[in-house]
Design a protein around this ligand. Structure first.
Ligand code: RAM
Length: 353
């Protein structure tokens, strides 16, 4: 039951399609089908042992991804595969392409990627899929033809709207606010920000004005400087939403050492371990996050299920995700982890990640 003949057949099929001139939409569709192996899901297929699963985060030096990929590695160990993590040190749009190409050459069975850009990674991911590699996006999606399934942390609508609600409560629904995001291309942050903007259109927020979306590029220093810049440009700023763990930690560090501490509200998405001291010193009242380890764990099991033929990425298929139980593939190949946790002074000490 070697994977090699299968792979060779797939590569040959892909080559045939390319030879036929895959330029139209229909051709593109059949290429996608070819890369999915044209198989039917068999939920009872055993999870293969020895699968090679590679995690490719937005960037490697981000504590959020360190936690997520540790969760992923634990899952891979549990089903007797081999995992590794590789990736760029910056989260710029095309920084992941060369890593995808290397993983393809290495004949990994699964690439689990948080895309820095929805489109820039797609040609390389398509090559990987045509070589028989299963692609799971997690955290930040790529365009659907670049992947088999997307493991979404939580409902993007809930993530976006709830952060506006939390901030509004803290500032009495009044005043200038800003968003400190990750990179301008980040699919996940941009989706959440669209929902924030939509939420802000509601009459109860008519007294609030979004004055700027700043980008800290998920770089600690840049996020710190951008926060400083926001307060300089808008001295009457009342609040900041930072939907990135790197951004919120840097913004909190800036605020906690400035005259704005306790005066400018800050919320967003952060890890409890990075944010604990800023909750304790009164800089931050409340923020949210899912457990990144569970996200990586679920992504690993989805990769294992794809590579074992348990699922193909179609809506309605189900697979077992270890301690997270049975999971179902939803619309557009999306699997949702679950609702995030809200952290504040009352509960933050119960969490260690
Ligand atoms: C940062 C990254 C990641 C995002 C979290 C909330 O670590 O931008 O993509 O999901 O924040």
């Amino acid at each position: 039951m070697s994977a090699i003949p299968k792979l060779t057949a797939l590569v040959a099929a892909a080559a045939l399609l390319t030879a036929c001139g895959g330029t139209t939409k229909d051709d593109a569709k059949s290429e996608a089908t070819a890369s999915k192996g044209n198989t039917t899901a068999d939920p009872n297929a055993p999870l293969k042992a020895g699968l090679k699963i590679a995690f490719l985060p937005k960037q490697i030096n981000n504590p959020y991804f360190t936690i997520a990929n540790k969760g992923g590695a634990d899952a891979v160990t549990a089903f007797k595969g081999q995992s590794k993590e590789t990736g760029p040190s910056d989260a710029s749009a095309s920084s992941q392409v060369s890593y995808i190409n290397t993983l393809t050459q290495q004949k990994q069975d699964v690439i689990v990627i948080s895309a820095n850009d929805a489109n820039a990674v797609v040609p390389a991911l398509k090559n990987a899929r045509n070589a028989g590699i299963k692609v799971v996006t997690y955290d930040s999606d790529a365009a659907p033809d670049g992947r088999d399934v997307f493991i979404n942390q939580a409902s993007p609508e809930d993530i976006g709207r709830s952060q506006v609600k939390v901030l509004a409560q803290q500032i009495g629904n009044k005043g200038k606010i800003a968003i400190l995001s990750a990179t301008p291309n980040a699919t996940n942050q941009n989706t959440w920000i669209d929902f924030m903007k939509d939420e802000l259109k509601k009459p109860e927020y008519s007294g609030m004005e979004l004055v700027k979306v700043a980008y800290g590029n998920d770089d600690d220093q840049k996020s710190f400087t951008e926060t400083q810049g926001l307060l300089k440009s808008y001295p009457d700023l009342k609040g900041i939403i930072s939907p990135t763990t790197v951004g919120i930690a840097a913004a909190a560090r800036y605020l906690s050492g400035s005259a704005s501490k306790g005066k400018v509200a800050l919320t967003g998405l952060g890890t409890p371990n990075q944010m604990r001291k800023f909750v304790k010193d009164g800089t931050v009242k409340e923020f949210e996050l899912w457990n990144p380890a569970d996200l990586g764990y679920l992504a690993a099991y989805a990769g294992g299920a794809l590579a074992s033929g348990q699922i193909t990425g179609k809506q309605g298929e189900t697979f077992q995700a270890g301690k997270l139980g049975a999971r179902t593939v939803g619309k557009d190949g999306v699997v949702v982890l679950g609702p995030p946790t809200v952290f504040n002074a009352a509960n933050i000490d119960q969490f260690d990640f």
